[in-house]
Design a protein around this ligand. Structure first.
Ligand code: TNX
Length: 537
């Protein structure tokens, strides 16, 4: 604390010195009139108050953070690098010497914030400064995403002798409605490389998603190195749907993803799906198998035919090793055990299995998450159910005092087709056009109390997709809507208003080279790219 106070003072002193050093009389900067309340922010912040002037972001702007250590400085550097890629400007961060500074962006960690949530932040934008106050680095990072969204794509070159990017002035107060705002990626049916996962994280973080759930194992593939059971990846990782060679992450690569996500204040939630969806594991080590058949590598898309042998102690020793190894490289407080669609596991065996695995997960210091079927077992109120299919299971979980993550297939499954003509995806739960994905209320959808709802997650199953281009087609723009459903309050959500803000995401998505689905329900901000795409579809 003392250290951070000292460095804060040093920086403010630095700003002062710089100010004094600039003895030349400054020309007044000219800014246009603006309206902060009309900005296309997604997710919609809690409160936005416009004051109709602007902060002139330009080459004489500098970023300072309240401390030069402890992570808040990294949030400052993150903002600087994103400003550079959007505008070409190179803003110094915590630079106390040299450069001419006319205006500052100050990112300030403070315990005194009117808002309560960990991720809360407030931004004050005036003609001369932008002050971003947050309780935590996480909150500061969320605020930085808001700032990124209100920096114009194009500079104003006509009002002054040099280019400025006018940022509308006013005040933003913001915090999330739900603490868990997730997207899931199935890397088991088709494998996605570390680089592909990182690109996905880049876009999700921009919309304040804070959990990437990775479905690491299934019948068609085992995707994470387990050092004590090497055949899982040697054999089980060798295939994927459709017969192409699969792939897997070494533990080092998994850590690389975890670290990359952490820099974006995002948690990687690991899932090892069991006792069903375990064919790849059973082919690697046949003693695990409990369906009475001899397991073979599987490249099709059926579900529900595999199961572990739930009555063998050696199976639990195996699971102990897997949970231990993954937990040791996973900072997430949760471990997801799957637990869905175990159609060939007898009911009592299923319950026995879930109850025993819950203890293993807890032994390794994690809270268990499972798909909603786990609520049929006698599990702790500290475990979490992920509602995808059965309202009864979701309600049973809430009755036990458990928290529930909402992933109703009819509303949030990113692998559902938009409509019968859209490429990729399935439609067993529903067709989910962009409006239907947005127009529902997590707060009341399955009739469980708000205090039992941990958040919302949109799963992207990968039976029909195998690369970034296809992934992006299904995920975007729908995932952007789920970010608003989980961050913004019910009173701040409105389809007619959202669809106008969504239309204005096109330039960002295009700059990021995202192959989003150009739904005709949205009047996309026209650019050559979108016009071309709409013509083709
Ligand atoms: C159901 S949802 C599954 C997945 C499939 C998905 C396809 C859930 C918990 N299980 O195994 O990939 O449908 O949409």
């Amino acid at each position: 604390m003392a250290k951070s106070l000292i460095s804060r003072q040093l920086i403010l002193f630095g700003i002062l010195l710089v100010g004094i050093a600039c003895t030349e009389p400054k020309k007044e900067i000219v800014v246009p009139e603006t309206d902060l309340a009309q900005e296309a922010l997604i997710p919609m912040p809690l409160k936005v108050i416009a004051t109709n002037s602007a902060f002139a972001l330009d080459q004489y702007t500098a970023i300072y953070t309240s401390s030069t250590e402890g992570g808040i400085d990294e949030v400052g550097s993150f903002l600087s690098s994103k400003i550079q890629s959007k505008t070409g400007l190179r803003l110094p961060v915590n630079d106390t010497e040299g450069s001419t500074v006319d205006r500052v962006i100050y990112i300030n960690q403070t315990d005194e914030l009117e808002l309560q949530e960990n991720e809360a932040y407030q931004i004050y934008i005036t003609k001369d400064s932008i002050i971003l106050n947050a309780k935590t680095n996480e909150g500061a990072f969320r605020g930085v995403q808001t700032l990124r969204q209100i920096i114009p794509e194009k500079s104003n070159d006509s009002l002054n002798e040099h280019s400025i990017w006018p940022i509308p002035s006013g005040k933003i107060m913001d915090e999330p409605n739900f603490e868990f705002r997730g997207v899931m990626l199935d890397v088991a049916r088709h494998f996605f490389s570390v680089e592909e996962v990182k690109k996905f994280i880049d876009i999700l973080a921009y919309y304040k998603i804070n959990v990437l759930h990775m479905h690491l194992t299934d019948d068609q593939g085992w995707r994470i190195e387990i050092k004590s059971w090497p055949k899982l990846t040697e054999v089980g990782g060798s295939t994927e749907v459709g017969g192409e060679s699969g792939g897997f992450y070494t533990q080092e690569e998994y850590k690389e993803i975890v670290d990359y996500a952490a820099k974006h204040h995002m948690m990687i939630l690991p899932e090892v799906d069991m006792p069903g969806h375990t064919n790849a594991a059973s082919v690697s080590y046949p003693f695990l198998n409990g369906n009475g058949k001899s397991p073979k590598l599987y490249e099709g898309t059926h579900v529900g035919f595999s199961t572990f042998d739930t009555r063998k102690d050696t199976v639990y020793s195996f699971i102990d090793d897997v949970v231990r190894e993954i937990s040791s490289i996973s900072p997430s407080p949760y471990f997801h055990i799957g637990g869905d669609e175990s159609h060939v596991t007898k009911k009592n065996d299923y319950k026995y299995f879930v109850e025993r695995v819950e203890k293993i997960v807890q032994k390794h210091g994690k809270k268990m998450i499972g798909w909603d079927e786990v609520a049929t077992a006698n599990i702790d109120s500290t475990s979490i159910a992920q509602f995808w299919n059965s309202m009864d299971n979701a309600r049973a979980a809430a009755d036990k005092g458990m928290k529930v993550i909402l992933s109703p297939a009819k509303k949030t499954y990113l692998d559902m087709q938009y409509d019968p003509l859209s490429e990729y995806g399935l439609h067993w739960a529903a067709y989910i056009p962009v409006d239907s994905a947005y127009v529902w209320k997590p707060e009341t959808y399955c009739g469980i109390p708000m205090e039992n709802i941990l958040g919302v997650e949109a799963p992207l199953w990968s039976e029909t997709i195998s690369n970034s281009k296809e992934l992006e087609y299904l995920a975007f723009p729908r995932a952007i809507g789920y970010s608003e459903l989980s961050w913004s309050t019910e009173t701040n959500r409105d389809w007619e208003n959202y669809k106008k803000r969504l239309a204005k995401q096109a330039p960002f998505l295009e700059r990021m080279n995202i192959n989003y689905y150009p739904s005709k329900l949205i009047d996309w901000e026209k650019s050559e790219y979108t016009i071309e795409k709409i013509k083709k579809d």
